[in-house]
Design a protein around this ligand. Structure first.
Ligand SMILES: [Zn+2]
Ligand SMILES: [Zn+2]
Length: 664
């Protein structure tokens, strides 16, 4: 009787297999359906090829395309197929390979051509066609563990400096492996890549994958501008046709909804080269939208016990030396005003914190004053490189919905939870889903000089942030080494209507600035104690938020944010006085109204309101004036027909109160 092994399955059951059985054997043993769907094996913490023999007693699972893990695997394997297709089409000897990682929604691969070939958009269809042939050919992916010196020799002989760089970067003692795509029949290599794996069993396993090559972009090798520029081919890749279609549709919408284009069309903001790049000018309509956002948040902050403050746009250089910004953040600050060595050297403020700290210090504080929550819509300035400026999403001057909470150690956790609650409510207002990224110092931070402050304080703050996320049921990931220089942070990442992620608000625990500024409060027992600071901004930069929201809504803001809520249009000049009268009546109820009194037919007026994404158009003809009614067209619900003016008002007010309801 041959020896057997036993493995544990995800459902808790155990299964016996002959010794030497592989992941593929396990899948076949469970059933033909799973055998067909199996892509890889998870054994313990490791993801492995299906051909790997199982270890006795191991916890195992079969990976299929329906899991995120399986999708990643399919994307990664499809990237190999794309590289093979490029080599097949343009000559194996001509093509050098960089890296081909998976990314959100797909993958890319970097290529360099010896013959200076420039890939063109027209080439993408041919590459896709060749990829389909490779998938149809059902070439097995075969793993080969390679001696590092032999691996280097292989890629040197191919003249591929990029793969050689990668091999040299692999730490000594780590396994180096190749993946071969073998031609069925002859077993000859069709393609070989340096790769850690794992892979799907064969290119045929990718028959169900849906991909589309999207674009070609230049990319410096290893992101270094001193290195050669490679050509990067981007691809979208999904497990279902529906998902791919949705993604492609989103990409198309993103172009249409570009906030720079819509900002002009809707007359929201303007950039003037005479003012300077990255310094947006808010036009009346944009300012109204901004005000709607700040009015909401101001009211909410009053409910939550915040106190408003207002501070100047500049401060002495010495203030930023005390805060540490000058030493750590200097490159992102505007050039100094005044003689650098004099006491009268001033900085444009890159952050509001030092100013708020001075307000804290203006009085002797006792434990009874805490938590003290100081809030300001404070404008700050950052010296971004001009090449990095793009519309509203990266600017040089922007307003932060900033607040600094000064708290005792006992209050920290509750206050942090309160911040998480507010941020989630504020971002939820727009129908955005919110997730968090916790940036910690990580092991790498020790002794690098990249972070200031004591390790025990950091650890404590990190633990409190993570605990707050857990208690508030906020999905979060932990990113080591991504903290701010003065403390761990929580970045809020939203997903917009086009499935894109944006980092907006942030909340940070800070043990460091209170130390640097020697902040104190009188404790209950009469001793002097140090408060802890929380920096928080639910929206982050209002400019960036606006850029994101314009695209999220495609310019069609909800009623409470819309710069013009109702456009009123008379059918003829006879109804101009009646139109003015109705406009006054709506304005008296706090509504934002535009009277389109141009002497032209009603059609162009309705079209104009549609282009401006006005939520409601009220049309007034002779009959409407006589009957005190209005003919209403809704941007979102279409033609609502003729209704009494009171009914129209009720409808508007009901819609506006939906926002209020969502936040109480
Ligand atoms: Zn690979
Ligand atoms: Zn701050």
């Amino acid at each position: 009787m041959s020896a057997s092994i036993e493995v544990k399955l995800p459902d808790g059951s155990a299964r016996s297999l002959p010794e030497g059985a592989t992941g593929a054997d396990l899948a076949a043993d469970i059933g033909p359906g799973l055998a067909a769907a199996a892509l890889a094996l998870r054994m313990g913490e490791q993801e492995l090829d299906l051909s790997i023999p199982l270890t006795d007693g191991a916890q195992v699972a079969i990976v299929t395309s329906t899991s995120d893990e399986g999708l990643e695997l399919m994307r990664h394997s499809t990237a190999h197929v794309m590289a093979q297709a490029v080599m097949d089409l343009f000559g194996k000897e001509q093509v050098r390979l960089g890296i081909g990682p998976t990314i959100k929604n797909g993958f890319y691969y970097d290529f360099d051509f010896d013959d200076d070939r420039r890939l063109r958009e027209e080439d993408l269809a041919a590459i896709e066609q060749r990829m389909a042939e490779i998938i149809a050919a059902d070439q097995p992916f075969v793993r080969e563990q390679v001696d590092p010196a032999a691996a280097l020799a292989h890629w040197e002989s191919r003249g591929d400096r990029y793969k050689c760089d990668l091999i040299r970067g692999i730490p000594a003692g780590e396994v180096v492996s190749f993946y071969h795509n073998r031609l069925p029949g002859t077993g000859d290599d069709a393609f070989v890549d340096l790769c850690r794996g794992p892979h799907v069993p064969s290119t045929g396993s990718l028959a169900g994958v849906h991909f589309k090559l999207l674009s070609i972009a230049g990319a410096y090798w290893q992101g270094d501008e001193h290195n050669p520029m490679m050509q990067r081919v981007y691809a979208a890749c999904f497990a279902t046709k529906k998902q791919l279609k949705r993604h492609l549709n989103n990409l198309e919408l993103a172009l249409k909804r570009d906030h720079r284009k819509l900002g002009k069309q809707l007359r929201l903001f303007h950039f003037s080269d005479d003012v300077g790049p990255g310094l947006p000018l808010w036009l009346p309509r944009g300012t109204i939208v901004l005000d709607a956002l700040t009015d909401y948040l101001k009211a909410e902050q009053v409910k939550r016990g915040y106190l408003p403050v207002s501070t100047p746009h500049i401060g002495r250089k010495s203030l930023y030396e005390t805060s540490g910004h000058w030493q750590n953040y200097h490159d992102s600050m505007f050039p100094l005003m005044g003689d650098a060595d004099s006491h009268d050297a001033f900085c444009l403020k890159p952050m509001n914190c030092p100013h708020h700290i001075q307000i804290y210090k203006a009085e002797l504080r006792s434990y009874r004053d805490l938590p003290l929550r100081l809030a300001e819509f404070g404008t700050v300035y950052r010296w971004e490189k001009s090449g990095e400026l793009g519309g509203l999403k990266r600017v040089r001057g922007f307003t932060v919905d900033d607040a600094h909470l000064f708290v005792t150690p006992d209050q920290l956790f509750e206050e942090f939870c309160g911040v998480v609650d507010l941020v989630r409510q504020a971002l939820g207002l727009f129908g955005l889903t919110v997730q968090a990224r916790v940036g910690t110092r990580g092991d790498a931070g020790e002794g690098t000089g990249k972070f200031v402050g004591e390790a025990p304080l950091w650890q404590r703050a990190e633990a409190e942030i993570i605990e707050a996320c857990q208690r508030m049921d906020l999905p979060h990931t932990i990113e080591e080494g991504e903290a701010a220089f003065y403390g761990p942070k929580l970045d809020f990442v939203i997903t917009d209507a086009l499935d894109r992620e944006w980092q907006l608000g942030t909340a940070q625990v800070d043990y460091n600035l209170p130390e640097r500024f020697d902040l104190l409060y009188a404790a209950k027992d009469g001793t002097r104690q140090r408060p802890i600071m929380i920096h928080r901004a639910p929206f982050g930069s209002l400019e960036r938020l606006m850029g994101v929201l314009i695209e999220h809504f495609g310019g069609a803001f909800p009623l409470w944010m819309a710069p013009v809520q109702v456009a009123l249009a008379p059918i003829s000049d006879d109804q101009v006085p009646g139109t003015r009268e109705l406009a006054a009546r709506l304005r008296a109820r706090g509504l934002r109204v535009h009277e389109d009194l141009a002497n032209e037919p009603i059609g162009p007026k309705i079209k104009r309101a549609r282009l401006e994404k006005t939520p409601y158009v009220g049309i007034l003809g002779a009959r409407e004036i006589r009957d005190s009614t209005v003919s209403v067209r809704s941007r979102d619900a279409g033609d609502l027909g003729v209704m009494p003016i009171e009914a129209f008002l009720d409808r508007l007010e009901a819609e506006l109160s939906e926002r209020t309801r969502a936040t109480t």
